[in-house]
Design a protein around this ligand. Structure first.
Ligand code: ATP
Ligand code: MG
Length: 245
């Protein structure tokens, strides 16, 4: 089953006395194990699209379907549970809880879901080990580098084994070395572990790690292409610039 289907979503926002069209009918689907980068200029609607995919906001019309389930047909409680179990979210600003250790942060979604502590611990340890975080279990966020914090946030997003991992500018606050390690991690998660990933970015060098690029302009999907066709960051940057013209 296709993990994520977005079908003709429209979203407008009220800004003072005018209506702003953030998404003007976007459709896209993401296959299992695919890694899709969503690119577009500032204000083009990327974050709005990601928020709709995550069920953090609702479209004015159109549908978001995850694992065959239409998010709009769920009540608040069902949606909260569905999000916790099936959607992994990663943000530019990591959003870790500062008073908790790395291990406690990663355990949180499972504990909130009522899982027993004795079942949670081995799962969390395994996830952190696979992301190279074993030496950081007891560190609090302020004692870790940005790259480590983002890897912890990715571990937290993946520990529930979600249908899809959604990341909004995950490298936006990272220097180039940490950015590279997060990009490599996301690529490996898709290539080696068949995780389904949608990542928003406006950096061609970051998008080059994905398998496909979808370009959004003025709330519309203007192009979708395989990164293989562009063979690397520079050619991808050119293709992206062409799309925006
Ligand atoms: N909560 C909101 N209230 C009002 N307008 C909003 C809201 N969220 C987004 N918008 C508007 O919708 C449009 C799309 O915004 P969005 O945040 O999706 O862009 P973006 O592509 O993520 O931009 P950036 O690259 O700067 O993050 C913009 O015009 C923005 O001002
Ligand atoms: Mg944004």
């Amino acid at each position: 089953m296709t993990p994520l289907v977005v079908d003709n979503v429209i979203k407008r926002f009220r800004q003072g006395d005018r209506d702003v069209s953030a998404l003007a009918g976007v459709s896209l689907d993401v296959a299992e194990g695919a890694f899709l980068a969503v690119m577009g200029a500032s204000g083009s609607g990327k974050s709005t699209l990601l928020h709709l995919m995550a069920g953090l906001d609702t479209p004015d019309s159109g549908r978001v379907v995850i694992r065959g389930e239409n998010l709009a047909e769920m009540n608040d409680r069902q949606l909260t549970l569905f999000r916790r179990r099936h959607i992994g979210l990663v943000f530019q600003s990591f959003n870790l809880i500062p008073t908790l250790t790395a291990e406690e942060n990663v355990a949180l979604p499972l504990l909130l879901d009522g899982k027993r502590e004795s079942d949670v611990r081995p799962k969390v340890r395994e996830m952190m080990e696979s992301l190279g975080l074993t030496s950081r279990l007891t560190h609090r966020p302020d004692a870790m580098s940005g790259g480590e914090q983002q890897r912890v946030a990715i571990a937290r997003a993946l520990v529930t084994d979600p249908a899809v991992l959604l990341a909004d500018e995950p490298t936006g606050n990272l220097d180039s070395a940490n950015s590279k390690s997060v990009c490599e991690l996301l690529r490996d998660l898709s290539n080696l572990h068949n995780k389904t990933i949608v990542m928003v970015t406006h950096e061609p060098t970051v998008a080059a790690y994905a398998q496909e690029v979808a370009v959004i302009k003025d709330g519309k999907l203007v192009e979708r292409f395989a990164t293989q066709e562009t063979n690397g960051g520079q050619a991808l940057a050119l293709r992206y610039q062409e799309c925006l013209r």
